[in-house]
Every structure is written in structure tokens, then in C-alpha cells.
Design a protein around this ligand. Structure first.
Ligand SMILES: Cc1cc2nc3c(=O)[nH]c(=O)nc-3n(C[C@H](O)[C@H](O)[C@H](O)COP(=O)(O)OP(=O)(O)OC[C@H]3O[C@@H](n4cnc5c(N)ncnc54)[C@H](O)[C@@H]3O)c2cc1C
Length: 396
């Protein structure tokens, strides 16, 4: 076991770090990330930045160069992701969602034409995707999707509703699951499709999240005709494609990097903030909490590296992504609460207040981190996967 990075990997990390330091737009930092999906100016900045990243091959570094990547290994890809997250680079969600989850799945299951069109489009920073998985009656039990896709000549006709569809109001395409066989057992009648969001019959309605932002949506499909060639993978075997996509979604190596940055900022805050004649850093409780968070975050990082290592070896992670995702989601929530405790009432201020410490990030983090243990499968579902696949327990 060798915990060191190679010289080439260290050089790549340094190159990405230096570039990010120069290129992250000042306006992005000034505006703060919380508003980015609903604010047009911030969205434009983020997309522009993504295109710059794409020009370097760093939007989707793991893709083959003909699709806009740099043929990076999973570890090199993880390094680029870590640096972007640590630096707080723009548009982590659209970057991660399309480039990190949809593209790699189409690379595995798509036709050459689909790869050129969608994977190439994502890698070049041209396309934004949303994920059409959840429905009003299908969340944790995702195989219960009711949206149907019925064959009609050289088309499928899609009818149904998706919910909590992040970015649908910004997306060019929806990567979605629909039922193609109503009589088959529920896991065996699903297929995956790419749907152009401009197709007649697609309606997007905003849902405002508890931060007060328009991040996700309801999406309605009313007799939406899509060409047959928009099916990705085999008909009725979409469940396996979907699981592969969810495994990419649960590979969250970038989150411990973002958390490390926050822990460093909290350490600086503790050093500088007056407390009982000294500074907050003198408080043994604060010191212990920060030490505990640094330790836990290191555990998360190593759990995420295990997934990357498996991907490097061509192994398919199963419960391992659930282990790292669950631990990371729960740690991020604890970290947000500890930060809130440290900041006291000031933690509730958002960035519009001149008194808000850490640019008002903690209020958004506290509320936003709750979503981390829900999107991509709730913490309970990750525990179920670990229990059944990891421990071999019978299904609950
Ligand atoms: C920030 C955010 C972004 C999202 N983005 C998207 C997106 O882009 N696209 C998309 O398709 N979806 C998205 N979702 C939806 C998300 O995938 C679902 O909310 C999630 O899968 C849970 O489904 P549900 O909300 O229907 O809850 P339910 O499935 O109804 O679950 C309710 C509660 O019951 C528990 N529960 C359910 N079944 C079990 C079980 N078998 N064992 C133990 N406990 C169980 C759950 O853990 C949960 O606590 C997003 C969600 C959030 C929070």
C-alpha cells in the first residue's frame, strides 16, 4: 500500500491549483455560490468558467480526448475534482452532474453516436443535463417509476411526471428513467433515455428549496415524442444502467476536499475570534470538535480514495460507494452544525450582512447539507445497501 501520489499526479495537482487561483472569477467569489442556479448573471459566469475548464480538458478529465477529456486515470480525475472543490470553483453541480455522472454512464452503455453527441457535448462544456429519476411515488423505491415510454414507429412516446429535478430549468437534456414494460417485475421493465428539454410536451415547474432558492423542479411529460435512438443501453435493462449512474453519483471524492477548506477556515476563525480574554481557539471544546472534524474528514477522504482505487483497477464498486457517500453526507451535516455552534447567532446571518462570518456560508451549508443525505439516495437507503450487499444480510 502506497499512500503517496506519483510525481506526475503532484504536478497535475499543482498545475490545476495554479490555474484555478488565476481563473476563478472575482465576481463569483463576491456573489457567493448559494444563488448560482437561479441567478442569471451567476449562471452565465459559471457556464463561461466551465467552458474554460473544458478547453483545458479538466471539465471531464477522465473522458477520452476526442470527447473533450485528457484520458485521465480515475485518480487524476479525482485530483482535478478535489482541487476544484477546495478552490470553490464555479458550477460544481452542473459540472459534477453531467460530466461526473451522466457522461461516464453513456460512455459505458451508449452507442458511438450517443457518445459523440452527448459525452462529447458534455466534455466540451456545451451541454447541461438534469436527472429525471424521482417521481411523486418513486424516490427511495426508484424501481417503482411510473413514467411510461411506449414504442410508436421510430419513436417512443413519454408520459408521466418527475420531481425534485435539479437544474431542469437550465438543462438542455434530461437523462431519465421510464417504464417500457408494465407487466414485467418492476426492476426489469425500465429503460434509460436522453430527452431534449425543448421537445413539445415537456413542462418544467419550479420547486423552491428550503434555502428559498429555485434549484429543483417538477417536470411533466405529456405525449413527448422522442426518436428511438435516444434510448441508452438495452430496452428493459435500464435498472442496471441506472445503478451504474448512481454509483458515479455516490463517488464523492470532491466533498472531503471542500470540507477540508471549511475546516481550515473554521480554524482561522477560532484563532482570530475573541473569547473570554483570549481567542476561541483556547476553548478546549472548540479545539476538540475541530480535531474530531479533521480526523473524520480524513476518514472520508480515504473511503473515497478506496472507490477511486477500485475504479482504477476496473472493479465495479457496489456497497463501497454507499459507505463513502453515507459517511461523507453525515460528516458534512455534523460539520455544518459544529460550525453553527462555533459561530453562535452570527452563523444564521447570510452574506448580505456585514456581520456574517465566513461570508455567510454556514447558514447555507447547514440547510444545504441536509440535501446531501437525500439526493443520490437517502442515508437509510445507503445503510440498506451496506447491510444487504456489504454484510450479506437479507433484504429488509
Ligand atoms: C438537494 C436534492 C436534489 C435532488 N435532485 C434530484 C434530481 O436531480 N433528480 C432526481 O430524480 N431526484 C432528485 N432528488 C430527489 C431524491 O433522489 C429523493 O428525494 C430521494 O431519493 C428520496 O426519495 P423521496 O423524497 O421520495 O423520499 P421517500 O422515498 O418517500 O423516503 C421518505 C423517508 O423514508 C425513508 N425510507 C424510504 N424507504 C426506506 C427503506 N426501504 N428503508 C429505510 N428507510 C426508508 C427514507 O430514507 C426517507 O427518510 C433530489 C433531492 C434533494 C434533496
Amino acid at each position: 500500500m502506497d499512500f503517496r501520489f506519483t510525481q506526475e499526479q503532484e504536478a497535475l495537482r499543482q498545475e490545476v491549483r495554479d490555474w484555478l487561483r488565476r481563473e476563478i472569477p472575482a465576481r463569483w467569489i463576491e456573489m457567493g455560490v448559494a444563488l448560482w442556479e437561479e441567478n442569471d448573471e451567476i449562471w452565465a459566469i459559471a457556464r463561461d468558467f466551465e467552458r474554460k475548464l473544458a478547453a483545458k480538458g479538466w471539465l471531464a478529465p477522465g473522458y477520452p480526448s476526442r470527447y473533450g477529456g485528457i484520458d485521465a486515470t480515475p485518480m487524476e480525475q479525482a485530483i482535478v475534482g478535489e482541487e476544484k472543490a477546495y478552490a470553490g470553483a464555479p458550477a460544481m453541480l452542473s459540472d459534477v452532474l453531467a460530466a461526473g455522472w451522466v457522461g461516464p454512464t453513456i460512455l459505458l452503455f451508449g452507442t458511438e453516436e450517443q457518445k459523440e453527441r452527448y459525452v462529447g457535448g458534455i466534455g466540451r462544456g456545451e451541454l447541461v443535463f438534469c436527472l429525471g429519476y424521482s417521481e411523486p411515488e418513486a424516490g427511495s423505491d426508484l424501481a417503482a417509476v411510473q413514467t411510461t415510454a411506449v414504442e410508436d414507429g421510430d419513436h417512443y412516446i413519454i408520459n408521466g411526471q418527475k420531481i425534485f429535478t435539479s437544474l431542469a430549468h437550465r438543462a438542455d437534456y434530461c437523462w431519465m428513467a421510464a417504464r417500457t414494460d408494465r407487466d414485467a417485475p418492476k426492476h426489469k421493465g425500465i429503460s434509460m433515455f436522453v430527452v431534449d428539454m425543448k421537445t413539445p410536451g415537456v413542462t418544467v415547474r419550479p420547486l423552491v428549496n428550503m434555502l428559498g432558492f429555485h434549484e429543483f423542479n417538477e417536470v411533466f411529460f405529456d405525449n413527448v415524442h422522442i426518436p428511438k435512438e435516444n434510448m441508452v443501453g438495452e430496452k428493459n435493462r435500464g435498472w442496471y444502467t441506472l445503478i451504474a449512474a448512481l454509483n458515479f453519483e455516490r463517488s464523492v471524492v470532491y466533498i472531503p476536499a471542500a470540507n477540508r477548506r471549511l475546516i481550515e477556515e473554521l480554524v482561522s476563525y477560532a484563532r482570530e475570534t475573541p473569547w473570554e480574554g483570549g481567542v476561541l481557539a483556547d476553548n478546549p471544546l472548540v479545539r476538540h470538535k475541530l480535531a474530531e472534524m479533521a480526523l473524520e474528514n480524513e476518514v472520508c477522504r480515504l473511503l473515497c480514495y478506496r472507490v477511486v482505487w477500485m475504479q482504477t483497477r476496473g472493479m465495479i464498486p457496489a456497497y463501497e460507494t454507499s459507505v463513502s457517500y453515507l459517511h461523507t453526507a453525515e460528516l458534512t451535516r455534523r460539520l455544518a452544525h459544529i460550525a453553527m455552534e462555533m459561530l453562535g447567532l452570527y452563523g444564521q446571518l447570510d452574506k448580505s450582512s456585514k456581520w456574517a462570518p465566513l461570508k455567510g456560508a454556514i447558514k447555507s451549508l447547514c440547510l444545504g447539507a441536509l440535501g446531501l443525505g437525500i439526493g443520490g439516495g437517502t442515508n437509510e437507503i445507503q445503510r440498506n445497501i451496506i447491510a444487504t450487499i456489504g454484510l450479506g444480510l437479507p433484504r429488509g
